[in-house]
Design a binder for this molecule. Structure first.
Ligand code: G4P
Length: 289
């Protein structure tokens, strides 16, 4: 589901999203809970301006629960409504519906004062590829109206999917490109599978992942590698990757070992891990360097 972005695609995606936005009451900005900041699109704020929005951290089942909570809190403090969900396993969707209703409450109050009933809230899901937009649409509308993913640049008639009596969801999500500029962001996107693997060397990625795990998730790393703290401490990351590759039967094939490690990480087999630290923690870490 990864897409390569060229300036033409980006302009078109931007146009399509801004066209759809005209119809929308509330934007669901979907991000990956393992990389909440890295998986945000750089121009989204620009595009939606003061349109109502909720930041939804998806794939919470794969992320570090403490950090998901901390990120939600950080977004709340920035004045956004925010929460985490696991669309894959249908967790948190009721909370999401409730939060969207809360966002619209002031408007509905005004309608009520004029003696008017609330109308269905019109929603669209917006985010970079692979954050789970199609999955969320499918879970939202239930099994009967299965919707498949859509590529940017493919225009078709808009359809509204009804979710109970309270919501109408645009059947195609808004797809925007990921951030490109920052190296660490690129690594985070690659590690979680949001961008094409070919853009970065698997062994570099694997070594970076091992370094992150060592620093922030040592217990998970011990469990996953079945090595003790002491044994781990004696190995450099290069040695560790070689050891793992050998244990998996890949002999000295680093690339095969790297791929296995990264795939295991993406599936959550290494543990529940969040790569984006909240800013305070990042500063704290740097101070210790
Ligand atoms: P998109 O429309 O935003 O591009 O994303 P999509 O729904 O296609 O989801 C991308 C992948 O993420 C899918 O895996 C999907 O099952 C998985 N996913 C979505 N939501 C969740 C979640 O809450 N938790 C977990 N663990 N996974 C989630 P896939 O079909 O295996 O696709 P891929 O691995 O080939 O990319």
């Amino acid at each position: 589901a990864t897409i390569q972005w060229f300036p033409g695609h980006m302009a078109k995606a931007r146009r399509e999203v801004s066209e759809k936005l005209k119809l929308i009451d509330v934007v669901i900005e979907l991000v990956d809970a393992r990389i909440p900041e890295s998986s945000r699109n750089p121009i989204l704020q620009d595009l939606i301006q003061d349109k109502k929005r909720i930041i939804v951290l998806n794939k919470a089942d794969l992320a570090d629960p403490k950090l998901s909570q901390a990120w939600v809190k950080a977004y709340l403090e920035q004045g956004f409504k925010a929460l985490s969900i696991d669309a894959q396993h249908n967790k948190g969707l009721k909370g999401l519906e409730k939060a969207i209703k809360e966002l619209m409450a002031p408007e509905f109050e005004k309608l009520a004062q004029k003696g008017l009933k609330p109308r269905p809230i019109r929603l669209m899901i917006l985010g970079i590829p692979n954050v789970g937009k199609s999955t969320l649409i499918n879970r939202f509308v239930g099994k009967n109206q299965a919707i498949t993913g859509n590529k940017p640049g493919v225009t078709k008639a808009q359809r509204w999917l009804k979710i109970g009596k309270s919501f109408e969801l645009l059947d195609t999500p808004g797809i925007l490109w990921p951030k490109f500029e920052d190296e660490q962001v690129g690594i985070n996107l690659a590690l979680t599978g949001a961008i094409k693997d070919q853009l970065l060397h698997m062994d570099d990625l694997a070594l970076t992942l091992l370094a992150i795990l060592r620093e922030h998730y040592l217990d998970s790393l011990c469990n996953y590698t079945k090595l003790s703290n002491d044994s781990l401490a004696k190995l450099t990351n290069v040695d560790l990757l070689l050891t793992l590759s050998q244990n998996w039967g890949f002999k000295d094939d680093y690339d095969a070992g790297s791929e296995r490690l990264i795939n295991d990480f993406r599936k959550g087999k290494v543990g529940r891990i969040t790569l984006d630290r909240i800013p305070e923690q990042t500063f704290g870490d740097q101070a210790n360097d």
